[in-house]
Design a protein around this ligand. Sequence first.
Ligand SMILES: Nc1nc2c(ncn2[C@@H]2O[C@H](COP(=O)(O)OP(=O)(O)OP(=O)(O)O)[C@@H](O)[C@H]2O)c(=O)[nH]1
Ligand SMILES: [Mg+2]
Length: 465
Amino acid sequence: MDRSTIAAIATPLGFGGVGIVKVSGPHARAVADTLFKPEKTRLFDTTYHLKPHHLCHGWIVDPTSNDIVDEVLLAFMPAPHSYTCEDIVEIQAHSGIAVLSRILSLVLKIGARLAEPGEFTKRAYLNGRINLSQAEGVIDTIESKSHQALQMAMAQISGAMHQQVQTIRQTLTDSLVRIETAIDFIEDPDDQIIDDALPQRLRETAITPLKDLVNQYQRAHLFRDGIKMAVVGKPNVGKSSLLNWLIKKDRAIVTEIPGTTRDLIEESVTIKGIPIVIVDTAGLRDDGDSIEKIGIQKTWDCIESADLILFMIDASTIPDENDHRIFNHIKDKNALIIKNKMDLLRAREDSPLPHEWKGRPVIEVSALKQTGIEGLEQSIGRSVLLSENGIVAENPLVPTIRQKLAIDKAKSATRRLIDGLEQHIPLEMTAIDAREAIDALGEITGETIQDSIIDQVFRRFCIGK
Ligand SMILES: Nc1nc2c(ncn2[C@@H]2O[C@H](COP(=O)(O)OP(=O)(O)OP(=O)(O)O)[C@@H](O)[C@H]2O)c(=O)[nH]1
Ligand SMILES: [Mg+2]
């Protein structure tokens, strides 16, 4: 393993109270000794020892110029009782970019190198302090955009996923041991190493829990991964007004001129706990100049890739052929009909929707007067969850997409294993399936994982974590 000392600014750059420079590795202690002058002692008193796991008040001083760089709190966490299991020094300074980069460059001069994204957590994993699914929980915690997503991340960090998968993997390993023993002692038919109940046991102890995990993924991954929701409709119905309203910002230009929005505008919000990327689109119509035509093409592409569509019409007018054409394009998609400009209806008769549009949720709103949001949010929440045949996640143990792919692999290999046992195919072949299932689950627990997959996991991190 790489034994270098690594360092990084661990907090986001920008305005804030505190910024942290984190150092991990064999030279971390030397970094503190060289740069940190504690308050508790006269400057340069070498008899002073840093107290582990305590915050010490003092100053970072440039050793060549003796300039004070910043007043800081410093924490020293000696190996193995630290995040990485190595010596760690954390310097809590003021959060300005100039201060933090100066401290970082002093640290690098002393012999540390800049940490790669996720390298602190990778060291925690390589040193055996956390397992791979716990590491994935750490990234998901950082990225959590909703309460539910955070709970899922915490379930991974607690090690629950690791344990659950490990239990299933153990039953498969037991079966493999039996199969291999039976291969070795094939001459002794009285010795029932593989009993008839083994396939059924595998169904109960491997297939069922693996299926449960896949179901959990399908039900709840949206809370973590989010969805893309496109607002579409003909020009001037109020799409951009709706975007601005939902994100509580004047992000898109709103005018009474049809064809105002030319490009896709993406913004993020959380609705009913689901992280959503809303895309405001160019109004769809046949005419328009060449710029508008490009925008309209982008809208059609966006409709293809969206998970949910808000098809918006103007409630104060009767749907025309533009509306019909758009509806025909989205009719096989997960879509809600949004009747906007309900405020204009008061004096007028509400025109009924075309017969073919029946059966879809219709939500009445006024983006101008900002009414109807509760109904809209409820319908969005419901349609997202129902489209994934989902009830809201009660069990926060939800595989990540990487884990889900490994579970799929393990499940099909276990199915082949069960079939093979029931059809009494040569045991050597069932052993191959058993091994494949065990290896696939090992990709989750980290036992049979290739370096390339480990790198993939940690590349998702930010620098300093
Ligand atoms: N009365 C009323 N006017 C609205 C409502 N929503 C939007 N408008 C007005 O309708 C006009 C068009 O609104 P936009 O949000 O720009 O419509 P759009 O669908 O984005 O239009 P394009 O970008 O041209 O496709 C503006 O003058 C808005 O103020 C509403 O609920 N009631
Ligand atoms: Mg617009």
